[in-house]
Write a protein that binds this ligand. Structure first.
Ligand code: C5P
Length: 324
């Protein structure tokens, strides 16, 4: 259902882009989805992997204590960085790798602290299967996310078109899975049996959360998405202090501190590690941009493979804010 909603939303947005002209929309979809069918088929890969990933997560959650699942699932931060380097030729500095490790550790601590001990382990849990499922989910999250980013940024199709194509495959796969697993029950009780308000909440969250992920990947990237979601976990926990009477404890403070420190470190420009490692070169204080006055700025950095080095994002954001 989430895939259907996602697809319909994209269709609506494309319709608005065509200024409400049905003929233009149909011609556009015919060209983009059917004529350029190779591009459409490419979306089958992330769709299949995301479907597997979403199901593997249920296997992992039912076979692992909540805290273990939450902590191990954060490994996706590292798999995403790894796939970004391998598939998009991104280059990360040592400092950025360190910051990703800190991010993983910080968000894992926050998640573990939130999930708590969880009481005695149910007898029917299979931790081996749970762990295998969570590792597979992390690999699939990294691969599917980066593959989708490659498609989005490597072609001219809009984010709504790509999500519509993703939604088409997602809907088809979901229907096959539903027919396979629950076909007789659905035939007897109807498609919407059991759709309580809570279930609709999950469906809406999945559909619009998925669209948000796509927009983030289009305008930023998958690694930055990891930072954004980690920060949001910390902020929502802080928000729950007021809303649900959550108590801050030293473990949470440590995890949150690591996440914030990781964001800062990842955002430092290249060369900052040298300035940090040898303070003598930055004796005048923590100034990172060491450019002689009157000199033109250095050209954009390229790695040894000739690709663009991943840039720090905070300075970029600051420049945008100043310029706007
Ligand atoms: O854990 P992770 O960040 O990999 O989860 C991404 C989620 O976003 C998945 O549940 C996937 O189904 C969803 N998604 C989506 N549409 C996209 C990209 C991701 O629904 N274009």
């Amino acid at each position: 259902m989430a895939e259907v909603l996602k697809g319909l939303t994209c269709l609506l947005l494309l319709f608005a882009q065509k200024r409400g002209n049905v003929k233009h929309l149909v011609l556009f979809l015919h060209e983009a989805v059917l004529v350029q069918y190779v591009d459409t088929l490419k979306l089958a890969v992330p769709s299949l992997i995301y479907t597997l990933q979403n199901n593997l997560q249920y296997v992992a959650i039912s076979n692992l204590p909540a805290a273990t699942f939450q902590v191990t699932y954060q490994l996706k931060i590292l798999t995403t960085a790894l796939f970004s380097v391998l598939m998009l030729n991104r280059s990360l500095s040592r400092l950025q790798w360190v910051s990703l490790l800190l991010l993983f550790t910080g968000v894992a601590i926050v998640q573990a602290q939130q999930a708590g001990g969880g009481g005695p382990r149910p007898l029917d849990q299979n931790p081996g299967a749970g762990l295998a499922a969570v590792v597979a989910s992390c690999l699939s999250s990294g691969f599917a996310g980066v593959y989708f980013e490659k498609i989005l940024k490597g072609s001219s199709g809009s984010v709504w078109l790509r999500n519509l194509q993703l939604g088409l495959f997602g809907t088809a796969l979901g229907l096959v899975g539903l027919w396979w697993a629950e076909g007789t029950a659905v035939a007897r009780r109807g498609f919407f049996f059991g759709y309580t308000p809570a279930v609709w909440g999950v469906v809406l969250n999945q559909a619009f959360g998925g669209l948000l992920v796509a927009v983030v990947v289009k305008y930023a990237d998958n690694i930055l998405k990891g930072f954004a979601t980690s920060l949001s976990i910390v902020l929502s926990t802080v928000a729950s202090i007021r809303l649900f009477g959550f108590h801050l404890d030293p473990l949470f403070a440590l995890g949150a501190g690591l996440v914030i420190g990781a964001v800062y470190l990842y955002s430092l420009p290249r060369g900052a590690i040298k300035a940090i490692a040898s303070p003598s070169t930055s004796a005048s204080g923590p100034c990172i941009h060491q450019q002689p006055p009157g000199q033109p700025p250095p050209p954009p950095q390229l790695s040894s493979r000739g690709d663009h080095i991943t840039e720090p994002f905070l300075p970029k954001l600051l420049t945008k804010v100043k310029g706007s």
